[in-house]
Design a protein around this ligand. Structure first.
Ligand code: ADP
Length: 323
């Protein structure tokens, strides 16, 4: 292999830059050049590229987002488009592709390998932590820490005014961000898509807590909850308790920002391992992290299986410690 390609795809996540940097510098060490595709599979289809050498990826490890851009690219679902893009990639002299993204991006990568024989390697890049085969995805730790920072600030107002706050965090269908944020943020309760009927018990618990004179109540709500997010949950619980409340939707501030040490580390390790694996002749794997070690997991398993349900014991723990 003389040249590899890399792209970042789907939602952006802090740590994607660290993964790109590590992949580029590992390739350089092996005398292999790297082509960056702009805006994920959109740039791959349109052949929009940037040359990535060691200097091009300097001073990005500490930056959130992705320097090569990301997008969603519906055209890439079409096998004919994939075939044409793979031929174009070969003409450019690119011999294999590193894809940084989530489940959907890995489906695209696997299709490229299976249909067009392109060697592919995956690196996670999604704040939701909903990918099979890895304990943590790149971006998750930073997103939780960002949510925590917001909650620490909201708590001051909650404590000062006695007002209840419903704070909505991201996570699509996964309650991972909510559960971890709730425990680490000392929340009074947490509402996630994976648990049902927790609103009734939350009401009962908050009632007791108000009676005991507790002033600050923060309830973390996952955006994907079936009750409909923080506004809906706030209305049900606020009405049931007859207490004033406010809703804060953290939204996109959770996506950006300086990646934490943990995300930089996981991303750096994955970037290096992905390139090493491709250069050793392997393909169709994702570099995940299990019990503190980088591991290669077949992409076929990653896209076929669900990430194990989140640590629901954290739900009970958040309640147990809410005081
Ligand atoms: P994520 O990678 O974060 O899960 P998406 O599900 O939006 O994000 O997928 C990102 C991109 O990956 C899509 O816009 C599309 O270009 C490509 N992709 C997703 N699913 C498939 C699929 N089944 N086949 C081919 N490409 C896909």
């Amino acid at each position: 292999m003389k040249r590899l390609g890399i792209l970042t795809s789907g939602g952006d996540a802090p740590g994607m830059n660290a993964a790109v940097r590590a992949a580029v510098r590992t390739a350089t060490l092996h005398g292999v050049a790297m082509t960056g595709y702009i805006d994920g599979f959109s740039g791959y289809v349109a052949d929009e590229v940037v040359e990535l050498d060691d200097r091009a990826v300097g001073n990005i490890i500490q930056r959130g987002g992705t320097m090569i851009g990301t997008s969603r690219c519906p055209e890439f679902m079409d096998p004919a488009v994939r075939k044409a893009s793979a031929a174009q990639m070969r003409e450019r002299g690119v011999d294999g592709l590193v894809v940084v993204g989530g489940d959907g991006s890995f489906r695209g990568a696997l299709a490229l390998q299976d249909e067009c024989g392109v060697p592919v390697a995956g690196i996670t890049g999604t704040i939701d932590n909903d990918v099979y085969g890895t304990d943590e995805t790149v971006g998750f730790d930073t997103a939780v820490n960002t949510a925590l920072l917001a909650i620490d600030q909201i708590r001051d107002t909650s404590e000062s005014t006695g007002m209840m706050f419903f704070v909505e965090v991201m996570g699509r269908t996964s309650g991972e961000i909510a559960l971890h944020t709730a425990v680490a943020g000392g929340a009074a309760g947490v509402v996630v898509p994976e648990a049902s009927a927790e609103i009734e018990s939350l009401i009962g618990q908050l009632k007791g807590s108000f009676e005991r004179g507790k002033r600050s109540h923060i309830i973390v709500v996952s955006e994907g909850d079936e009750a409909g997010g923080a506004f809906a949950v706030g209305e049900i619980v606020g009405k049931a308790l007859g207490q004033p409340y406010r809703v804060v939707v953290l939204g996109h501030i959770q996506r950006g920002g300086r990646p934490t040490m943990r995300d930089r580390l996981i991303a750096s390790e994955a970037g290096a391992r992905a390139v090493e694996g491709l250069l050793a002749g392997r393909s169709g794997f994702m570099v995940g992290r299990q019990r503190g070690e980088a591991v290669e997991v077949p992409l076929r398993d990653v896209v076929a299986q669900q990430h194990p349900p989140p640590a629901l014991h954290l739900l009970a723990l958040a309640q147990q410690l809410s005081g």
